[in-house]
Design a binder for this molecule. Structure first.
Ligand SMILES: [Zn+2]
Length: 222
């Protein structure tokens, strides 16, 4: 694996340029973090929450897992890593936003749609993990039975984001903070092909573009 040299050279550039230019920021960060948002995103190499949101170090507290899933507060799924990260972000860091960030062409959701969560014949861990969102799969198969697999996958990616938002509400101390307007939940879906970012609107019960311009227009302006 020769590529590691690329990453080391990249770190050298980071240290020489970014770290050097941002000495004040890192000096402040060395004394503690105060991120205002928790992002729950997929492990997928193509979806980097900090890059997508133009965030600086210290801005985002990030949990990454296969298919950006949140288990419910209490159930049989073993996910102490995810739950403890959420607990720390909410109780100690007191983040004001939790963003569940999904994306198109999600391999985890593809595994869920393929039934890996049910048959568990291929993966040891992915099947049981993605089955956290089995409700999303069932909904898609019920409502869009005749649609092409790509469309079903996209619908399942978005439905799984809603399952995770719903599961976040099952944490009593999250529910409390939402009720007192100290915390807001957001469901976002990034389209890797078009560059668009959609956000779930409770008003219309659909995912809508988060910014008015399209990726193509933005590119044309530069
Ligand atoms: Zn994914």
């Amino acid at each position: 694996m020769k590529d590691i040299a690329r990453f080391i050279a990249g770190f050298e550039r980071f240290q020489a340029k970014y770290f050097h230019d941002e000495r004040g920021l890192f000096s402040r960060l060395s004394r503690g973090q105060q991120p205002r948002a928790l992002v729950i995103s997929c492990c997928d190499a193509r979806v980097d929450p900090a890059m997508l949101t133009g965030a600086d170090p210290g801005d985002l507290f990030v949990v990454r897992n296969v298919a950006n899933l949140v288990p419910p507060y209490r159930d049989e799924s073993e996910a102490p890593g995810v739950r403890s990260a959420i607990e720390f972000a909410v109780k100690t860091l007191e983040v004001e936003h939790i963003i569940v960030l999904g994306h198109t062409s999600c391999g985890g959701i593809a595994a869920l749609m393929a039934g890996e969560g049910i048959t568990e014949h291929k993966y040891e861990f992915i099947g049981p993990w993605v089955s956290i969102a089995k409700r999303a799969r069932e909904k898609v198969l019920r409502e869009l039975p005749q649609k092409p697999p790509e469309l079903q996958a996209r619908a399942c990616e978005q439905a799984a984001i809603l399952v995770s938002l719903d599961n976040l509400l099952s944490f009593p101390w999250i529910r409390e903070r939402i009720d007192s307007n100290a915390l807001e939940l957001h469901g976002w879906h990034f389209d890797i092909d078009s560059g668009d970012l959609l956000a779930y609107s409770a008003e219309t019960a659909t995912f809508e573009p988060l910014v008015s311009g399209t990726a193509t227009e933005a590119g044309a302006n530069t």
